[in-house]
Design a protein around this ligand. Structure first.
Ligand SMILES: Nc1ncnc2c1ncn2[C@@H]1O[C@H](COP(=O)(O)OP(=O)(O)OP(=O)(O)O)[C@@H](O)[C@H]1O
Ligand SMILES: [Mg+2]
Length: 235
């Protein structure tokens, strides 16, 4: 089956420091993401995973290289275009949830623009992540796993096809982590394209494809013929 490329990133570089301290967080990274795949980016701490994901999400500037998303090079976007891209085209889920503590669950989810303000739609999303009954609670009144599910509902409250997840189970215990994995897997089966960053090999077994990073480089790309279900993952 011919797979459609949804993201094509080529020769990405990002460095910090200068002179003898010059160091590449990304050192000539090229990756493709195919439509509706579950892609895991696997690598140890400091290997460049978040740097790469932030670039794909338009949250960090590249030094050189290109990132085509549906054929448009987002590295050429001006600030206004980038803001729209982040707002409308990409869902992002962070390790530490990034909810706004002063807003309720419902208000956090409806922060998204346009259709995102639709109350019925937001309630439907909260139901789909199993949190309809928590809609008027504040983040501090929820467990970590529940907060992460709110963050996922927020990310889904746009019509973006691409969901970028940066270690979304990193701050969770096994039970909550598994709920989040199940939810992401369900979204994948419903047609979302998932790019999932983790340092956990066991979680990577859920992916259709695994890109391994080390020292700012891609060192391996593996096709996973038999992705495991979230239920079967132990870590
Ligand atoms: N603003 C910055 N200034 C200097 N160095 C940075 C900066 N941001 C990231 N780095 C360095 O770039 C490298 C890659 O960082 P990155 O956050 O992408 O790693 P990571 O693979 O996501 O690691 P982790 O699994 O710990 O989250 C690290 O060595 C980090 O120290
Ligand atoms: Mg990281």
């Amino acid at each position: 089956m011919e797979q459609k490329e949804i993201i094509v990133a080529e020769h990405l570089k990002k460095s910090y420091g200068e002179g003898e301290a010059l160091f590449y967080a990304l050192n000539d990274v090229s990756i493709k993401v195919y439509e509706n795949e579950f892609l895991v980016i696997l690598g140890g701490s400091g290997s460049g995973k978040s740097t790469l994901l932030n670039m794909l999400g338009g949250m960090d500037k590249v030094e050189s290289g290109s990132i085509l998303v549906n054929g448009q090079d987002i590295t050429k976007y001006n600030n206004k275009q980038l803001t729209l891209y982040r707002r409308d085209d990409i869902g992002f889920v962070y390790q530490f949830f990034n909810l706004i503590n002063e807003l309720t669950v419902f208000q956090n989810v409806t922060l998204a623009p346009k259709s995102g303000r639709n109350k019925e739609r937001a309630m439907k999303l909260l139901k789909s992540v199993g949190l309809a009954d928590k809609k008027d609670k504040f983040p501090r009144q929820l467990s970590g796993g529940q907060q992460q599910r709110v963050a996922i509902a927020r990310a889904l409250n746009k019509d973006s096809n691409i969901l970028l997840c940066d270690e979304p189970t990193g701050a969770l215990d096994d039970v909550s982590g598994k709920q989040v994995l199940k939810l992401i897997s369900k979204l994948h089966k419903e047609g979302k394209t998932i790019v999932f960053v983790t340092h956990t090999k066991e979680i990577a077994q859920m992916a259709d494809r695994i890109i391994t990073m080390k020292n700012g480089k891609v060192v391996k790309t593996t096709i996973n013929e038999h992705p495991v279900e979230a239920d079967e993952v132990e870590w």
